[in-house]
Design a protein around this ligand. Structure first.
Ligand code: SF4
Length: 228
């Protein structure tokens, strides 16, 4: 494992240890599903939408469309209406229908595990593919979502903005056994402590190790802009 230019191996290991202590999760996924392909659909729905909202939609959706074929053969307008609360429903319905059609016709009704294959599916980028690989196939995978992007930068793991570059950078510095659960733990940390608008640094287990805090960008009260 290479050491990062801004983080030494000791600091990285301490952060991994603290993550496991603060968020002692078995690897699990915030999106509810029973069948592997249902996780793929839930993930497509989760773009620009909360996991809670997706989880409120999917039980009814999967009851109405119990098989991949049901989604593949669905009426697009009806599917749009069924997923409307998830937002961006025109695009998401199109992606879900086309992805299910491709899975039925090209993959024998099974999810592929290879990154190259997964990313041929409409609406499936590296983030979704890594989520499927990590949670369905138990292949160690770095899933770069908004929390991972923001908090990895604050901790000093990356200076990149591009999720694909962040993924590669994190793969180079984090121990492989932490890859998949890093996402789950960082989401929990991002929701509870390191929130986007006002991180609660005083309550954070990483306060001694976090580059952002060390550089003096501690959380401060949100100031109202003065009127000109
Ligand atoms: S110290 Fe502050 S900025 Fe750093 S990870 Fe913790 S909450 Fe986020």
């Amino acid at each position: 494992m290479a050491t990062h230019k801004m983080k030494n191996l000791d600091e990285i290991q301490k952060i991994m240890l603290l993550l496991d202590e603060a968020y002692p999760l078995d690897i699990f996924c915030y999106l509810a599903y029973d069948k592997p392909w249902q996780l793929l659909i839930a993930t497509i729905l989760s773009a620009q939408c909360t996991d809670a909202r997706v989880n409120s939609i999917t039980p009814g959706l999967f009851a109405k469309y119990p098989t991949l074929e049901d989604f593949a053969k669905s009426c697009l307008e009806k599917l749009e209406s069924d997923i409307k609360p998830a937002g961006f429903y025109h695009t998401k319905a199109k992606h879900i229908k086309e992805t299910c059609k491709a899975l039925c016709e090209d993959f024998g009704g099974e999810l592929p595990s290879e990154m190259d294959m997964l990313t041929t599916l409409p609406g499936v980028g590296r983030k979704t593919a890594n989520l499927i690989r990590g949670h369905i196939f138990n292949i160690p995978s770095i899933i770069v979502d908004t929390h991972v992007k923001r908090i990895s930068a604050k901790l000093g793991f990356t200076e990149n903005e591009d999720p694909a570059k962040i993924e590669i950078e994190l793969m180079g510095i984090l121990p492989q056994e932490h890859w998949t659960r890093y996402n789950t733990q960082i989401i929990a940390h991002g929701r509870a402590i390191c929130t986007a608008r006002n991180p609660h640094c005083a309550s954070c287990v990483f306060s001694e190790l976090c580059d952002w805090r060390k550089r003096g960008f501690d959380s401060k009260p949100i100031m109202k802009k003065k009127k000109a």
